[in-house]
Design a protein around this ligand. Structure first.
Ligand code: CP
Ligand code: NVA
Length: 311
């Protein structure tokens, strides 16, 4: 048996359901205190976060890096060009080694199983910074943005328009956890992960998979979408542009939502594809607050998982 890393009690954040509903509410309250500048503790003092990025990133990288520094710690960017994973070192070995140096690991990659495998071998908390399957940190930031602009998500209706991708999957898990209505309009062949949908429905979640974006958006409090081709799907762009042609969020679609409805997009966005410029740059769009909220949510996650902050 190889000697194990000194394993301190820790927990991971790989998907929305890793925090209970009560913990998620408390985590969002902590992030809100941070957003309001009411949090001045530095629970990451002397601690380090390793950030493994197998895909590009602007927001995730910067919010974790700046967030760790603001909490008193450091963050270390690692790309496949820099680390031996790119040359075939097993992810489990990387996890064991990093756990000897750092107090947390954030990873963005393709296969979700790689994150599960990393977490299984790591002796420190692992945070999912996006996989092909889910993007839980982003959906927590979106929930903070909903709270900021609309109020408590419970009892509200969120409309997802477009690809049944990693973001859609995490929204489904959030609807099941927190008890809001989620209507997804996805073209046939681009549905969310059926196991995630089934699991949510088994808990009685109010989640509806539709084909017509107008039906999904009707009276909704929140309208949200994402790119038609996610990272790793670039070669499918042309074929997807045809399949998603009727799934653009434009002013006519927004007009079907509630008058107070907000527009969310995790970014990066392609104006003229999944959303028109007048919507994303218009009065109902809160995408810049949403991007800012990545910082507050990331800090709350790190403070809890790495810094001993309690929920
Ligand atoms: N929304 C999001 O995760 O953005 P990045 O890809 O820039 O990190
Ligand atoms: N669905 C997008 C989200 C980017 C933040 C992707 O995976 O590329």
């Amino acid at each position: 048996m190889p000697d194990a890393a000194p394993v301190l009690p820790h927990r991971d954040f790989l998907d929305i359901g890793d925090f209970s509903a009560a913990e998620t509410v408390a985590l969002l309250a902590l992030a809100e205190r941070m957003r309001r500048g009411q949090y001045d503790r530095r629970p990451l003092t002397g601690k380090a976060l390793a950030m493994l990025f197998m895909k590009s990133s602007t927001r995730t990288r910067m919010s974790f890096e700046i967030g760790a520094i603001q909490l008193g710690g450091t963050a270390h960017f690692l790309s496949p060009r820099d680390v031996q994973i790119g040359r075939g070192e097993p992810i489990a070995d990387t996890a064991r080694v990093l756990s000897r140096y750092v107090q947390g690991i954030m990873i963005r990659t393709f296969a979700h199983q790689d994150v599960v495998d990393l977490a299984a071998s790591a002796g420190v908390p692992v945070i999912n910074g996006l996989t092909d399957r889910s993007h839980p940190c982003q959906v927590l930031a979106d929930l903070l943005t909903v709270q900021q602009h609309v109020g408590d998500a419970r009892g509200r209706t969120v409309a997802w328009v477009g690809d049944g991708n990693n973001m859609a999957n995490s929204w489904i898990e959030a609807a099941a956890l927190l008890g809001f209505t989620l209507r997804l309009a996805c073209p046939e062949g681009f549905d969310p992960d059926p196991s995630i949908l089934d699991a949510a429905r088994a808990t009685g979640a109010d989640v509806h998979l539709l084909r017509d974006p107008r039906e999904a958006v009707s009276g909704a409090d929140v309208v949200t979408t994402d790119v038609w081709a996610s990272m790793g799907q670039e070669e499918e762009q042309a074929h997807r542009a045809v399949a998603f042609a009727l799934y653009q969020v434009d002013a006519a679609l927004m007009a079907r939502a509630a008058r107070h409805a907000i527009f969310l997009h995790c970014l990066p966005a392609h104006r003229g594809e999944e959303v028109t410029a007048d919507v994303i740059d218009g009065p109902q769009s809160v995408v810049w607050d949403e991007a800012e909220n990545r910082l507050h949510v990331q800090k709350a996650i790190m403070a809890v998982l790495m810094g001993g902050e309690t929920l």
